[in-house]
Design a protein around this ligand. Structure first.
Ligand code: SF4
Length: 376
């Protein structure tokens, strides 16, 4: 009994330190993912992970936390809010600007959260001398949402994000695995009830059943994870979303309770938002605009691919010069999406511009796009 009181006091010390460091949610889960593992295997078997090879590569570790930290006894789950201002679907009424997911509007969260995790690990080592730990913030193979649910941080909603009563879902998850037995928290309960708002709003129908996401259809996957061509069938649905999509979270009633964070690193950064200007970014311009942002992950080629699609959807014929200029871009991915966008804005007339600019074109995907334009 005295031992259990002692460990609870030590855990409380760790919890206080976590809050001091800026984490908002704190809970402890046992390192058991058996049930979630079955679900994960079924999800992979249906290829819902698309081209995210790291999902299959990390399967064994995701299913057995002992492979990540031998002797693991507990997982400390943490959340960090990035919610800076109420979010609506009004961005759809400004098709000349690109919409970037809430979490990616300023600093890369890894750069903020990783040092905090290290500090918390140092505190753990002080409180539990000799204890070993391993931390992740989207940096390794771990079933973070089922663990966070067990740790009482929130429940996995029908949109497959974690959400919390009184907090919503705009937060990052991170974890510290420890080889120390800690008292587990009370698991969270599902409060989605009969609501289907996230399923109904999804522009591409990516939530194929409650709690099941087909990533291959998800706009976050298509604009961030996918490296190659965006399948034509989804391009219109992208609208003006150029990095991620928050629609399922925007309509979630629980997010009307979300409390904003004062964290300066997540306040929206001023900068280029106009699609035409973005389409004209060269390497140097891209680096200087997105150097510290999560957007740098998709590189200039990925961003300009997305921007071209958004311009194609914008109805702005003022974008024609920038898209025509993009036909000379050294990156075929940008050229092929620029051809599509010009076709959307000008119809068959786009062929004149395209054939003139691409007379020496040899890339297969660009030529395919030109051929398709002839059939419009
Ligand atoms: S929108 Fe409704 S169904 Fe979807 S996660 Fe929120 S509460 Fe659950």
């Amino acid at each position: 009994m005295a031992e259990s009181k002692d460990i609870r006091e030590k855990l409380e010390k760790i919890r206080r330190k976590a809050l001091e460091l800026g984490f908002e949610g704190f809970g402890v889960a046992p390192p058991d993912v058996a049930q979630a593992g079955d679900w994960f295997r079924q999800w992979l078997a249906q290829n819902f992970d698309g081209e995210m090879q790291y999902m299959k590569r990390g399967e064994a570790k995701r299913l057995d936390l002992d492979l990540v930290l031998p002797g693991v006894k507990s997982v400390i789950c943490l959340s960090t809010s990035y919610f800076t201002a109420p979010r609506t679907l009004e961005f759809l009424e400004r098709p000349e600007t690109g919409d970037i997911s809430n979490y990616a509007r300023n600093m890369d969260y890894h750069d903020l959260i990783q040092p905090r995790l290290r500090e918390l690990e140092a505190c753990l080592a002080e409180v539990f001398p000799g204890c070993r730990s391993k931390s992740y913030v989207d940096t390794g193979p771990i079933l973070e949402k089922p663990l966070a649910e067990k740790a009482g941080l929130g429940w996995i909603g029908k949109h497959t994000n974690l959400l919390t009563e009184g907090v919503g879902s705009y937060y990052f998850l991170s974890e510290i695995l420890v080889d120390q037995v800690l008292p587990p928290s009370e698991p969270a309960e599902d409060h989605c009830g009969t609501c289907t708002a996230c399923i109904d709003i999804c522009p591409t129908g990516a939530i194929v059943a409650p709690y099941v996401l087909d990533s291959r259809k998800c706009i976050s996957y298509l604009t961030i994870e996918l490296r190659g061509e965006i399948p034509r069938e989804y391009r219109k649905a992208l609208g003006n979303r150029i990095y991620g999509c928050d629609d399922c979270q925007i309509v979630c009633p629980w997010n009307s309770y979300a409390v904003t964070t004062e964290e300066p690193a997540f306040q929206e950064r001023e900068g280029v938002k106009g699609l035409i200007e973005l389409m004209q970014l060269n390497e140097e311009g891209f680096r200087s605009r997105f150097r510290k942002s999560p957007v740098k992950r998709i590189k200039r080629r990925g961003l300009l691919r997305n921007v071209a699609v958004a311009l194609g959807n914008s109805g702005q014929t003022e974008a024609v010069p920038a898209l025509s200029q993009a036909l000379a871009d050294p990156e075929p991915l940008i050229r092929s999406h620029a051809v599509w966008a010009l076709g959307e804005l000008l119809g068959k007339k786009a062929l004149e511009v395209v054939e003139l600019r691409l007379s020496g074109e040899s890339d297969g995907s660009v030529l395919n796009e030109v051929e398709r334009l002839k059939t419009v």
